[in-house]
Design a protein around this ligand. Structure first.
Ligand SMILES: N[C@@H](CCC(=O)N[C@@H](CS)C(=O)NCC(=O)O)C(=O)O
Length: 268
């Protein structure tokens, strides 16, 4: 049962008190029945949620951070290998005809886009951390940064995956140079945002969906050798969030197995 479930009108009687566990899930309920007061112990049967994911994929990581933040652990998950082409398997194609990961399902609802899945989870589950602020000014900034992050991620991906994305005959040094310059300008923009930020998060005083989508891309920068000294605000942001429980719990397992990254971005 989710802690957001109706509390006041149980058929057995009036709810006097709910006892959540440390994840916010209701474990027992104290009820006033017609004749006496009872405490019901609840068996938790999680609603079926499935994530098909690939390690090191930022879109997959976003969904997993939200599931952690919303105390929705215990979901079905399957780690698939991009190297083995498992993202093009029938199992994925049946859920996501683009053959991409993540592929996420809650009950019969399939959400194949990380932004869509994160926003859906936030709107359907009130338990755990609130990830969209109510205050209009904070919400506006949060949405702005959240969607701007698509630019950042795209510019980073084209630098990191250039050889993988562009066939050899179509590669050009001039394109590599331009892509790196674009990424560099983009990073400066975010360094400036963080410098002016009012808290330690990318869009305001609280951790929000903007951080959910931004942090995995920032972690990618460092995985690919990005220099901490040159951009102190980005480094401070990365270091303050990398040990956040939701982020630590969903850290890409391949990065844990092989902590040594690459140095592709060391001169950026
Ligand atoms: N818009 C999607 C993008 C998902 C995506 O690009 N996934 C990549 C891995 S990070 C993928 O599966 N690539 C394999 C392919 O496109 O064939 C989202 O945010 O969820």
């Amino acid at each position: 049962m989710d802690s957001s479930a109706p509390r006041g009108s149980w058929p057995l009687g009036k709810v006097l008190k709910v006892f959540p566990d440390k994840r916010g899930l209701v474990r027992s309920v104290k009820l006033q029945t017609k004749t006496n007061i009872i405490v019901l112990q609840l068996t938790i049967k999680p609603w079926p949620r499935t994530v098909l994911w690939g390690a090191g994929s930022t879109p997959c990581w976003r969904i997993m951070i939200v599931l952690e933040e919303k105390n929705l652990q215990g979901y079905n998950q399957k780690l698939l290998s991009f190297e083995k082409g498992e993202h093009k398997s029938k199992e994925v194609m049946d859920m996501n005809p683009r053959g991409q990961l993540p592929s996420f399902k809650h009950k019969n609802y399939v959400l194949n886009d990380s932004y869509a899945a994160c926003m859906y989870l936030e709107s359907q589950f009130s338990q755990g951390k609130k990830l969209i602020p109510d205050c209009p000014a904070e919400q506006a900034l949060m949405y702005q940064r959240m969607f701007e992050c698509l630019d950042f991620h795209q510019k980073m991906a084209i630098v990191i995956y250039y050889n993988w994305m562009v066939p050899e005959a179509e590669r050009h040094d001039s394109a590599v140079k331009r892509n790196r310059e674009d990424l560099s300008a983009e990073i400066k923009l975010w360094e400036g945002y963080l410098q002016k930020a009012s808290g330690s998060f990318v869009a305001g005083k609280n951790f929000s969906l903007a951080d959910v989508v931004f942090f995995p891309s920032v972690a990618y920068l460092y995985r690919f050798g990005f220099c901490e000294e040159r951009y102190p605000n980005l480094a401070a942001y990365y270091n303050s969030l990398k040990d956040r429980p939701s982020i630590k719990a969903s850290w890409p397992p391949t990065w844990l197995e092989n902590p040594q990254g690459q140095d592709l971005l060391k001169d950026l």
